[in-house]
Design a protein around this ligand. Structure first.
Ligand code: HEC
Length: 169
């Protein structure tokens, strides 16, 4: 009996570790989160690679450069969703997020959720399909890996606070 339980647990562990790309959990209730207006949602979409983005801040130019090629016309329509009880933190950019998943960049045309969470102030990243399938670390070319998120979201320290790069308009 014990050994049967043990082997079941081992299977769970292997399956979990193969899929465990995401650092912050899938927010199953994401459809009821609050949409906020940001510079990107005002533009409405992440454009394709031939868009003239020279007037945008460097962090936005780099974001377009990294993600523009995922489809010929670019990633397309976006919205930014915030966990309802964290909207005040988002709007004031205080950085004082509760632990857990807090923010979503919803790539609506791609049906992907870029999720940022927090743990004792540190930012954590994941990529999910709308149904919760974990795509973190999936191709193309590693751009869905947490390291890509972290290099930008933490690298632009003057722009992003506790993983939050956008600001309410
Ligand atoms: C090259 C820079 C860059 C990379 C790489 C990047 N982001 Fe972002 N991200 C941004 C910017 C800039 C915004 C703010 C856009 C806006 O709403 O105006 C943003 C917005 C977001 C938001 C909405 C909340 C916020 O920060 O305002 C989430 C969630 C998010 N990104 C998650 C991710 C995840 C997960 C990854 C990795 C798969 C990732 N991002 C990769 C630059 C980047």
């Amino acid at each position: 009996m014990t050994s049967r339980y043990l082997s079941i647990c081992l299977i769970c562990f292997v399956v979990t570790s193969v899929n465990a790309g995401g650092e912050t959990p899938f927010p199953a209730d994401w459809r009821s989160w609050s949409a906020v207006t940001t510079p990107l949602t005002t533009i409405g979409a992440l454009p394709g690679c031939d868009a003239d983005v020279s007037a945008l801040p460097a962090i936005y130019r780099e974001t377009v450069e990294i993600y523009c090629a995922v489809r010929p016309e670019g990633p397309g329509a976006v919205s930014v969703l915030v966990k309802p009880d964290q909207v005040a933190t988002y709007n004031t950019r205080s950085g004082k997020f509760a632990d857990g998943s807090n923010m979503i960049l919803h790539l609506k045309d791609l049906q992907l959720l870029f999720v940022t969470g927090n743990q004792e102030g540190a930012a954590l990243y994941s990529v999910y399909k709308e149904d919760g399938t974990d795509l973190t670390d999936a191709n193309p070319d590693g751009i869905l890996g947490v390291n890509t998120c972290r290099v930008c979201h933490s690298g632009y320290a003057a722009f992003c606070i506790s993983g939050q790069c956008g600001n309410a308009q």
